[in-house]
Design a protein around this ligand. Structure first.
Ligand code: C2E
Ligand code: MG
Ligand code: MG
Ligand code: MG
Length: 285
């Protein structure tokens, strides 16, 4: 989107675009105020491990409790925040809150639960990120391997810039995942060069499984590739039992989607983990 804006710079004098720019500024100010007023919150979506037959992780997803508009999604937050350094401040809040929540769950007995946090490319470029995460792990006594960062493929385009950031993060012992895999421009060489632990098959490919032969082929190919490269795979956007059966048969390790659970408020997670439906625990391989 940034690229499009760049190309269309001359059009800024168009009244509609001026209006758009004004709206952008208003939203920026609103986001800043929201951070100060503590209007952001995290919902968590369970990730189901086929090996353990249980929920082994959760993904933190930001929400905005807007005083007038109610609960807003990341689409209302992240794109605007990403255009300036607000994403660093909001991103640091997200990381802190995710770590605090994981610590609380560990105190409640969920000691093996893993926390996945989405991180924007601008956060990765932040010189202080590694130190910041190290201090959070220390403050909340978290084993590093229970924290996972989800980055999108756009980060891999400038591989040389980000490889050192990722290497530094990897040194902490945390896990790095490529989110929305297959939708960006990643070249396969970045899978070879970057310290990556997991791929997430994008939901756009999961959608057509098992009817759409192309979606099935793409998902299967990602799984074979991951297996050969020794990477784990999570499929996201699972809504049907048929998708589950197909992906399980192709060797997928973890599943995430509405079939298992929508993203929920933190208070619901311990109950979901304890009372995970038996029919899902008994899926035949
Ligand atoms: P994502 O990381 O790929 O997250 C998955 C999105 O798919 C979430 O939407 C989730 O609610 C939705 N989803 C999960 N299961 C299903 C399903 O079975 N069916 C369908 N149709 N959708 C499903 P959400 O919460 O609106 O997040 C959208 C995107 O916003 C995320 O995509 C991520 O890129 C970004 N985002 C969310 N939270 C954060 C955050 O804390 N920081 C950053 N930087 N980005 C975030
Ligand atoms: Mg994600
Ligand atoms: Mg995704
Ligand atoms: Mg996505």
């Amino acid at each position: 989107e940034a690229k499009n804006n760049g190309r269309n710079c001359y059009a800024f004098y168009h009244p509609r675009l001026t209006q758009k720019a004004a709206h952008h500024l208003t939203r920026e100010r609103e986001l800043h105020r929201a951070l100060i007023n503590n209007e952001f919150l995290l919902h968590f979506q369970p990730q189901f491990s086929l090996l353990n037959r249980e929920i082994t992780g959760v993904e933190a997803l930001i929400r905005w409790n807007h005083p007038k508009k109610g609960l807003l999604t990341p689409a209302e937050i992240i794109p605007v925040a990403e255009t300036n350094k607000l994403i660093i401040e909001i991103g640091n809040w997200i990381l802190t809150e995710a770590c605090r929540q994981l610590h609380q769950w560990r105190m409640e007995g969920l000691v093996n639960l893993r926390m996945a946090v989405n991180v924007s490319i601008r956060q990765l470029a932040d010189k202080n990120l590694q130190k910041f995460i190290a201090s959070l792990l220390h403050q909340y006594s978290l084993p590093a391997h229970l924290l996972e960062l989800e980055i999108t493929e756009s980060c891999l385009q400038n591989e040389l810039i980000y490889i050192s950031c990722l290497e530094q993060l990897k040194q902490l012992g945390i896990l790095i995942t490529i989110d929305d895999f297959g939708t960006g421009y990643s070249c396969l060489s970045s899978l070879k060069n970057l310290p990556i632990h997991r791929l997430k098959i994008d939901q756009s490919f999961v959608k057509g499984i098992p009817q759409d032969k192309n979606d099935c082929a793409i998902a299967t190919t990602i799984l074979v590739l991951a297996q050969k490269l020794n990477l784990e795979v999570t499929a996201e956007g699972i809504e049907t039992f048929d998708q589950t059966v197909f992906l399980v048969n192709q060797g997928c390790h973890e599943l995430q989607g509405y079939l298992f659970s929508k993203p929920v408020v933190p208070g619901k997670i311990p109950g979901l983990i304890r009372e995970f439906p038996d029919q899902l625990k008994n899926i035949k391989l």
